[in-house]
Design a binder for this molecule. Structure first.
Ligand SMILES: O=C[C@H](O)COP(=O)(O)O
Length: 260
């Protein structure tokens, strides 16, 4: 596994599904970095309504970026570009697209090029995230390790992996640590941030830190009972998750310093 030293700056992205949950995020605002609007009952990267994105932008502190998922999208570049613009107009500055219906890198690049143009013509400082799926083999979409190059070729800002099927299996069940490390390396070599998600738990934070992940996306682990569907986001769980992230960052920095 590539353990090259880099300053650990893991950002925490939390995905509320409603204004009520965004208020729970607001109560834990000091512990998180990005509020990611999502509609989990429409899929892993299910898109929420424009008015929900707008209401959440209004309740989240101005210094916290609001992200919005555009959906587990089909290979329909025009449709997806228009939806992505809708998310940006509604106040999101991080636009996440799940390349669910793209079976080849070329299709995925087509979709993401449209998204990048639609979003950045409207808001040049917006941040576009191309997301593949760790369990791509279960749904027939592009391979996880193809995502960094898709993001680079399309002018996106970050490459991400999440899980498509939320059945209790997790990121590392589908993409082992060394392959996730390769994903991060490929993203960094392309000048992109690397974001990882997929039923991530506190116990995964050590590995995510060591491989140099830039953004960790979480919902279930900070919901009541660990249940992303029926549980609601709990501010104390966000705080505890962040404390563990910080502990791992400190320990990793100390280990690297000790190794000279
Ligand atoms: O973007 C991150 C996702 O919301 C992750 O959700 P999850 O932790 O429940 O898999």
């Amino acid at each position: 596994m590539d353990m090259q030293w880099k300053e650990p700056t893991l950002l925490l992205l939390i995905s509320p599904d409603s204004v009520e949950e965004a208020l729970d995020c607001e109560r834990a605002a000091e512990h998180l970095d990005i509020v990611d609007v999502k509609k989990p009952d429409e899929g892993s990267l299910g898109a929420n309504f424009p008015w929900v994105i707008r209401q959440i932008r209004d309740v989240v502190p101005a210094d916290k970026p609001v992200s919005a998922t555009v959906g587990d999208v089909p290979y329909k570049p025009g449709t997806v570009a228009q939806a992505a613009l809708g998310a940006a107009v509604s106040g999101a500055t991080y636009i996440k697209v799940g390349l669910y219906g793209c079976t080849t890198p070329e299709q995925a690049v087509d979709v993401m090029r449209g998204v990048v143009r639609a979003v950045k013509d409207y808001r040049p400082d917006a941040f576009v995230v191309a997301s593949g799926y760790a369990d791509a083999h279960r749904i027939g979409c592009v391979n996880p390790l193809a995502v960094p190059d898709i993001a680079r070729r399309s002018g996106s800002d970050a490459a991400m992996l999440d899980t498509a099927i939320k059945d209790g299996t997790r990121l590392f069940d589908h993409v082992p640590h060394d392959v996730c490390a390769e994903f991060v390396r490929l993203a960094h070599d392309a000048g992109l941030l690397a974001a990882l998600a997929g039923s991530v738990k506190v116990g995964d934070l050590g590995a995510l830190t060591r491989i140099g992940t830039d953004i960790v996306g979480v919902r279930g682990a900070v919901c009541e009972g660990g249940d992303r569907d029926t549980g609601r986001i709990q501010p104390h769980l966000v705080a505890a998750f962040r404390a563990e992230m910080d502990r791992h960052a400190r320990e990793y920095a100390a280990a690297v310093a000790a190794a000279g």
